[in-house]
Ligand binder design. Sequence first.
Ligand code: JCZ
Length: 238
Amino acid sequence: MTPLPTPLLRLDVVSIFPEYLSPLSLSLVGKAITSGLVGLRVHDLRDWTHDRHRTVDDTPYGGGAGMVMKPEPWGEALDDVLGDDTADTTLVVPTPSGVPYTQAVAASLATRKRLVFACGRYEGIDARVMAYYRDRVDTQEISLGDYVLNGGEVAALAIIESVVRLLPGVIGNPESLVEESHSPDLDGLLEYPVFTKPLEWRGLSVPDVLLSGHHAKISAWRREQAERLTSDRQRPTV
Ligand code: JCZ
């Protein structure tokens, strides 16, 4: 038996669909959790309601379509989950109106001791909840991208996976973090195309240069491929 180390990162997720977070028990993130490197607690927001129907939503002031998440359950949940010591804690609130999520944001979240995710549903959370916590804890409203999801859970999954894989000891070979797309070392270049066996597949062969054993030529070819790909996809470089 290997003893559990104190976690490098503690994660809390608050959601009305806690089962949505079950993929976190799989794969690399799951291993980081079972090994004790990462702590994960998933909470049902409805545990902080007090009425028979466990109500978390109500109609919007000012009118309009859809429902808004009530502030009281969120306030009670976040007070409990955050606790008194919020040093080195970031409250992450996925929202389509948030700051765009990038590898640089992932790297900065990976330096925190604790991340608490508030996953909204419906038309979002009463804006006073963020106004209240912004003054009390580092709060980051983050958008995964310019498209609309039904709630924050899928965004939280993506953010958690991208953060946890950056923690020391999660990826077996940390050199693989250096050469991948969006790595700060690549100056905005996308990753070059990769190939493995067989040498010929459905009439398509592997570029000869990769079989040459000539490391300088291979590096130059990969750089050229990365530059073409980056330009073709209209990605900016630094
Ligand atoms: C809550 N709808 C939270 C985030 N990037 C992105 N797209 N959509 C979201 C998102 C949508 C939501 C909620 C209700 C996040």
